[in-house]
Design a protein around this ligand. Structure first.
Ligand code: NAG
Ligand code: NAG
Ligand code: NAG
Ligand code: NAG
Ligand code: NAG
Ligand code: NAG
Length: 351
């Protein structure tokens, strides 16, 4: 089982490294012509493999071709409705069952007794907020305010990525990236955070509590393996220069507080991205406004990095070959359960 996971991950890690290279826009565009014969479909599958640097063994490729065909047809008929050009992301030859087993993330129960701090902007929902906020295209001291989009692999560690994403960006916004940009270790959170369950799920607020107490390694000194076996190596790592003085938790069902918080920096949120019976909308997402179904139970964590008049911008942990270079545009009128739990974010700097 572990071997199988490791083998799967070897591909994922190779991919994750490739993801740091500057890449063309997400989504392999195709047309209905590509679906007209089996030969053309194979050609499209080859093109897809090249584009995303996915090398499958011949037998596996043959098996996955059927799934790829299914995805291509599904995507083509979906966008026909929406009137967009169809595009295939990195999950195009992954089955629904594999996706649901490997790429979602169980949110553990929230500890209600953490001390919530008063929101910074205050007000009662009538104070004016900026029309739009987008940390994705901002720079902090000449560096990007957000760390790169990462790939969580087949480990339910989305909560750890939401937490490091929040920490990396709040650290940058606080000015600490000036001569020392830092990427943080998700693997330490997976292995060492006693309140979360490693690859079986967790919560960003738990991770913030852990980091306040223990600090956190850089991702180079404690690299991501996407396997959690309960062995914590934190004490042999290089610790990142990171000073947290606390974290804030936002109340659930309060859109104003959420938007208000995003004006100060990204917020880790839980979200219900898939329904029980259909996960393909989220799995196939290739950019543009998300028109797919939402569920009711939070099964993913992401980082809210901005909003526009009618959408939210979220940073995911599926690499850059999913969505809009790794990001999701979610309509604000159907936020996929994002307000069901309050988001959370770290407060940087000395108390
Ligand atoms: C591809 O999928 C379509 C639609 O499900 C099906 O009609 C067709 O036979 C499939 N083609 C191949 C080569 O599997
Ligand atoms: C509150 O949290 C602490 C540790 O974080 C725990 O020991 C305690 O049992 C919790 N209390 C309640 C009432 O949940
Ligand atoms: C909200 O706060 C503003 C400014 O403090 C005040 O003028 C307004 O009456 C308040 N609105 C409500 C609904 O409480
Ligand atoms: C940055 O994002 C804002 C809000 O989404 C957008 O209006 C603006 O055009 C973007 N700027 C660049 C340089 O992409
Ligand atoms: C967990 O993995 C580490 C290295 O990845 C290894 O050194 C350790 O022995 C493993 N522990 C168990 C309990 O499998
Ligand atoms: C790290 O922690 C382990 C177990 O807690 C301990 O056995 C080991 O000596 C520690 N290593 C260092 C370098 O402190």
């Amino acid at each position: 089982m572990v071997m199988k996971q490791l083998a799967a991950l070897a591909g994922v890690v190779a991919l994750a490294l490739a993801l740091l290279e500057p890449a063309a826009a997400a989504g392999l565009k195709f047309s209905s012509n590509d679906l007209k014969s089996e030969k053309l479909l194979w050609r499209l599958y080859e093109r897809w493999g090249k584009r995303y640097n996915v090398a499958r063994k011949p037998a596996e490729k043959l098996r996955r071709f059927a799934t790829f065909n299914e995805t291509a047809h599904r995507v083509a008929s979906r966008v026909q409705v929406a009137g967009q050009a169809p595009g295939l992301n990195i999950f195009a030859d992954v089955t629904n069952e594999e996706f649901s087993r490997n790429f979602l993330c169980h949110m553990t129960t929230e500890q209600r007794n953490l001390t919530a701090r008063p929101p910074r902007r205050g007000g009662n929902g009538t104070l004016p907020l900026p029309v739009s906020v987008n940390w994705r295209n901002k720079t902090c001291e000449g560096q990007p305010c957000l760390g790169p989009v990462k790939f969580m692999g087949s480990c339910g560690s989305c909560w750890a990525f939401a937490a490091t994403g929040a920490l990396e960006s709040h650290r940058a916004i606080a000015g600490a990236n000036y001569d020392d940009p830092v990427l943080l270790s998700e693997q330490e959170l997976v292995d060492c955070d006693p309140r979360s369950k490693g690859c079986k799920g967790g919560l960003a607020v738990n991770a913030f509590q852990y980091v306040m107490k223990n600090g956190l390694a850089t991702s180079t000194s404690y690299p991501y393996t996407g396997v959690g076996n309960g062995t914590c190596h934190a004490n042999t790592t290089t610790r990142a220069s990171l000073i947290m003085r606390g974290f804030e938790r936002l109340p659930p069902h309060d859109k104003f507080q959420l938007l208000s918080a995003v004006t100060y920096g990204p917020v880790a949120v839980s979200i219900a991205v898939t329904t029980q019976d259909d996960i393909t909308d989220f799995m196939d997402y290739d950019g543009g406004m998300y028109r797919g179904k939402c569920g009711t139970t939070c099964n993913h964590a992401m980082l809210l990095v901005g909003y526009g008049a009618d959408y939210y911008i979220l940073k995911n942990s599926y690499g850059r070959y999913w969505g809009d270079e790794g990001y999701l545009f979610l309509p604000r009128d159907r936020n996929c359960g994002m307000l069901n739990r309050g988001g959370s974010y770290p407060l940087m700097g000395q108390a």
